[in-house]
Every structure is written in C-alpha cells, then in structure tokens.
Write a protein that binds this ligand. Structure first.
Ligand code: PLP
Length: 344
C-alpha cells in the first residue's frame, strides 16, 4: 500500500506556483539583504493585501524566528508575554521568545477550546502587581490563530481579548503560522483578522502551506518595525539572497494562492472528519481547519500505522492527523476505507 501523509503540513512539498517563482527570480543579479526589487514589491503587495499603507514586512527563515523576533519587538526585557498554555511559542520553541526578548517571561494562560478568553486573560493580568519590580510586567498578548490544536478564534473573540490587552497597555501578537487556514474558514479579510481586530504584529506563516523556505513578520506598528530592522539582522535572519524569499511570498499572496492552498487543506479535513464521525470515532478538538486529534487504543494506532497512514503520536494514545495543500480527495477516500476496515 502507498503511504498517505497526515503527519504535518510541514511534510508537504512546495506549491508549483511558488517553485516557478523561485526559478523565475533566478536570472541576473540584484542588491543583497532585501535591497532588491522583489522585496520592495513584496512590501507593496502586503500593504495591498492587508489594506494598510503603513504595514511593513520582514521575511525570516522559520516560524520560531518569526514568533520570537515579533514578540521581542513589542516587549521589554522585564516584560511578561501571555499566551495560551498549549501555544507553540511556549512549549515547542525552546524559549526562543525569552532569549530574543532579553529574558522576557512567557506564561501560559488556560482556556477551553485551546483559546485565551476574557476571564483567563483578566485573571492572568490580575495576578501581577503593575509597577512592582518583583513581577514581570504584562507586555504582550500572543494569540495563535488557528491554535496548535486545530481550533480557531472567531473575529469577535480576537477583538474582545485584544481590547482587554490594549486597555491594560499590552500589545498584541498573532502567531499566524496557519493564518491562511483561518482566513478561509472564517471567510474574512486579512485586515479584519489582524490590525482591525487589534493585532499589532503578525507571524505570517507560508512554509506549512506551500512555500519553500520562508515565513514573514508583518507589522502594523511603526515602533515594532523600527526595532525589527535591527533585531532581524542581529538574529541572523536578514539573508543576503532575500529576493528568493520575497519571490516566494509574492507568489504566495498573488491571486489568493495562499487562500486556495489553504482551502484545499481545510476541505480535505472536513471530508476526513465527516467520514471518521460516520465510523463512530470522536475528536479531542473541534476540527475548524486542517488538524484533528483522536484518542486511540494501542491496537487501532498500530493498525493505522500498518495500513500506511502517516500520523504523529502527539502524546501516548493521542494521534494527530493534518491535511495539507497537496492532500487529494482520493487520499481521504483511501484513508477512510483503510480506517473502516480496522474499526469494522
Ligand atoms: C502554531 C505554530 N507556530 C509556530 C511554529 C514554528 O514554526 P517553525 O517550525 O518553522 O519554527 C509552528 C510549527 O509547527 C506552529 O505549529
């Protein structure tokens, strides 16, 4: 049997449009370090797509780099970064935000559906004495959209918690490693989900959704942008051949490619989860985008692996399936057939 890929959207390949853009960019020479025409065009395009004439964009090499540099640009070294207890930034980035933040503290906030809600945020803010140097001072709210667990904030939820954060003098970061999947699922504009909802700095993911080797930080805050000019360089993220990252991002954002790729991943997940439900299997998350978690016993887990399904065992007995821009309808049909044979 052929394997079916559900381990991660990072396991997928590169979208042909993006590979073609890299090849097309490979003629002649250009100024290095982002001084090229493609990087200038990328900034123009980001301003158009996000409907914000002051937005700035900083291509970087990884999502971890984007998150850590983004929050460091809006957080003093004595600052407190509040994020959900399950957030990638807190659990899976080896403290990168603390390091680039000069020792800033990241604290996990509990909340159902893997999201930060008003009560959780108020409680976290209330646990700190403002102005008392014994306490890291609340400086950043970081929202992961969609969450690591495949759920999603509604627009109203982003607005509500961002407003509380701003009212307390915090600035707001969004880890949009998969923001395109949320844009498609919510059917809203990039501007609505970001700066109009209170987001100051965005991690714009691309590699999980068809790019080759780039993510980006998008700022809607001039002070953050000024900091990032230097912070990205010091962190080693200002690459000499940035034009090839910019070419990827231009292709990604042109003609809604990012949304079309994400729409495929979301639609395949919807089909997969509908089929799993028919087979009587239950999920640990509401699968709003392209990620689903299942609790399985050892026998079913081994059966799935033996049947050629590639998945990630997140913790003992909990497995994760992720669809991606390349997942086909027949991948899903095949997978459901193999699973049905196991649960029968
Ligand atoms: C929600 C989220 N944020 C950030 C990252 C970090 O991206 P990278 O692995 O490129 O550092 C990931 C990667 O899986 C992620 O899932």
């Amino acid at each position: 049997v052929t394997d079916i890929e559900f381990r991660s959207d990072n396991s997928a390949g590169v979208a042909p449009e993006i590979m073609a853009a890299v090849v097309a960019a490979n003629s002649g020479s250009a100024l290095a370090y982002g001084g090229d025409a493609a990087t200038a065009e990328l900034e123009r395009l980001v301003r158009e797509v996000f409907e914000n004439a002051d937005a700035r964009v900083f291509p970087v090499g990884s999502g971890t780099g984007a998150n850590a540099l983004a929050v460091s640009s809006i957080c003093p070294p004595w600052g407190l970064i509040l994020t959900h207890a399950t957030a990638h930034m807190l659990n899976m980035e080896a403290g990168a935000s603390s390091m680039f933040g000069g020792g800033a503290v990241i604290r996990g906030v509990p909340g159902n559906d893997y999201k930060i809600h008003a009560d959780g945020l108020e409680a976290a803010l209330g646990a700190v004495v403002i102005g008392d140097p014994h306490f890291s001072q609340p400086s950043v709210l970081s929202l992961t959209q969609p969450t690591d667990r495949g759920t999603m904030y509604s627009l109203a939820e982003v607005e509500a918690v961002s407003k509380i954060a701003h009212d307390h003098g915090l600035r707001v970061h969004m880890d949009g490693a998969r923001i395109s999947n949320s844009l498609v699922a919510l059917g809203c504009s990039p501007a609505d989900l970001t700066w109009r909802a209170g987001v100051d700095v965005l991690t714009l993911g691309a590699t999980k959704n068809g790019a080759l080797s780039t993510e980006a930080i998008v700022t809607f805050d001039d002070r953050a942008a000024e900091e990032l000019v230097f912070r990205t360089k010091r962190a080693g993220h200002v690459t000499s051949k940035m034009r090839f990252q910019s070419a990827q991002l231009i292709a990604y954002l042109t003609d809604d490619l990012w949304l079309r790729l994400a729409a495929n991943a979301n639609a395949r997940m919807a089909r997969l989860t509908a089929g799993l439900q028919t087979l009587g299997l239950d999920f640990l998350n509401r699968p709003d985008v392209n990620i689903v978690f299942l609790q399985v016993d050892e026998q079913l887990k081994n059966g799935l692996a033996d049947a050629g399904l590639l998945f990630h065992e997140f913790e003992p007995g909990v497995i994760r399936f992720v669809t991606n821009f390349q997942t086909t309808a027949s991948d899903i049909d095949d997978a459901l057939e193999r699973i049905a044979a196991l649960v029968a």
